[in-house]
Design a protein around this ligand. Structure first.
Ligand code: ADP
Length: 425
């Protein structure tokens, strides 16, 4: 980042062109200008992280800033996914919520120039401007409170940075995962594939908060959730769906589904029931709400579990080989149900599987892991439009992607097999 020296008059002129600020009297505007500086930022730089103390706010002069957490923002949100218009203001927690912490981040998407304004000084200026200043502050405060908080609460941006895990470090020291980094965007569907034992579950467990890391860190919406020597905690913001299922066997489907939202106080019983019925109907399970899990097939149980996860409104849904063991036909039906539910809710999903076809059918991006110690070897972008259905499994594009994935994974499977043979020799 470079700071350009500039006269106060030049900065004042730039500020005058910002619609929200042009209303300020000249003397106050020049005071704001005195507390501002021009910065040039390079692609990839982070203007601010979520969780950071907010001191400055920013005015875009040229270029492009992204708020990664806001990918799935509702259309009416004031905080947009990107800041692209010269004169737009962003990061205004610095004066709305003085001494507050950032709840979303800002990253630089292309070489960008911004004016950084000291938030505390700006607030002092507004306080001296009487009612008009108070009203302007209110306008900012309302957008900040109602939009930024709302978005941050349901974002679902997962950052895995240089994560590593060594089991039994003082004994056999099994390096399960080594230097893994991925960024999963809010609302994105990602799949991780790799040979058995390459560290997929280890990574998922670290994101879920079931187990710690020995190096690196994991953040959810900019908040640190796992790093060495920290006791990570699972939370309702990350729901895991396993292969073996976790429906309460003593409760009916209805009770299994509506219990969570009611206990959390997120929905009334009527609302929870209506939403549960809507989702059940979507996946062809309209008439099963009185059944108990023991009376249902595995495929039906999985669909109910995914619906239960959605109703609990996590930021991310983590699925660990959920469809393993289902017969081929049931598997396709269940995968299609998951796609339907994903299209409806656009939650962030991380799906772990050793089934390449499944990964390509479901995901936006497929990450291929190497054999142990697991690292990310290749990312395959699945640019097949949604909604998807089973017809795409025979499309030329699908077959091409499958070949690409097979090539990447096969090499690793051969290495894993060779390593296994050595172990048994
Ligand atoms: P995957 O999910 O890709 O099959 P895992 O993450 O389950 O792989 O395991 C990665 C490696 O770490 C494997 O070699 C496994 O044997 C080892 N491992 C997993 N859990 C433990 C543990 N609790 N203690 C020691 N080694 C473990």
């Amino acid at each position: 980042m470079t700071t350009n020296v500039q006269s106060i008059a030049e900065r004042e002129e730039l500020l005058r062109n910002v619609p929200m600020l042009s209303v300020l009297p000249a003397n106050l505007l020049s005071e704001v200008a005195a507390n501002a500086e021009l910065r040039s930022l390079d692609t990839g730089e982070i203007v601010f992280h979520a969780g950071e103390l907010a001191t400055d706010f920013y005015i875009l002069l040229s270029g492009r800033i992204q708020h990664p957490e806001v990918e799935t923002a509702v259309a009416d949100a004031v905080v947009r996914r990107e800041v692209t218009n010269a004169g737009d203001i962003f990061g205004y927690a610095a004066f709305v919520d003085l001494n507050g912490y950032r709840i979303i981040s800002a990253t630089v998407a292309e070489p960008t120039r911004v004016m950084a304004v000291n938030g505390a000084a700006f607030r002092r200026v507004l306080s001296r401007w009487g009612k008009e200043g108070h009203d302007l502050l209110q306008v900012f405060a309302l957008s900040y409170a109602s939009h930024e908080h709302r978005i941050a609460q349901k974002a679902g941006w997962v950052s895995v940075r240089n994560a590593g895990k060594v089991y039994d470090p003082k004994g056999k020291a099994v390096v399960a995962v080594d230097d893994c980094s991925i960024e999963i965007r809010p609302g994105e569907f990602c799949a991780i594939v790799g040979p058995s034992g390459c560290g997929k579950s280890t990574l998922l467990n670290a994101i879920a908060g079931f187990d710690g890391l020995t190096s690196g860190e994991i953040l959810l919406d900019g908040n640190l959730i796992n790093r060495p020597r920290m006791h990570p905690k699972p939370g309702p913001d990350r729901i895991v769906v396993f292969q073996n299922g976790a429906l309460f066997p003593w409760a009916s489907v209805r009770e299994n589904l509506i219990r969570g939202p009611i206990i959390r106080g997120a929905m009334s019983e009527t609302e929870a029931l209506a939403r549960a019925r809507e989702l059940l109907e979507r996946v062809g399970l309209s008439d099963i709400e009185d059944l108990f899990p023991g009376a249902m097939s595995s495929g039906m149980c999985r669909r109910v579990e995914i619906i239960r996860a959605i109703l609990n409104e996590p930021r991310v849904i983590l699925l660990d080989e959920p469809f393993r063991g289902l017969d081929a036909l049931t598997k396709t039906v269940t995968q299609t149900a998951l796609l339907e539910l994903y299209d409806l809710t656009r939650k962030t999903v991380l799906f772990i599987t050793h089934d390449l076809e499944e990964a390509i059918y479901l995901a936006d991006r497929v990450f291929v892991m190497t054999t142990r110690p697991g690292r990310f070897k290749q990312t395959i972008a699945i640019d097949i439009p949604r909604p998807r259905d089973a017809k795409m499994l025979t499309s030329p594009e699908f077959i091409r992607l499958k070949e690409e994935a097979i090539e990447a994974v096969h090499e690793e499977a051969v290495k894993a097999f060779a390593a296994g043979e050595k172990e048994f020799a």
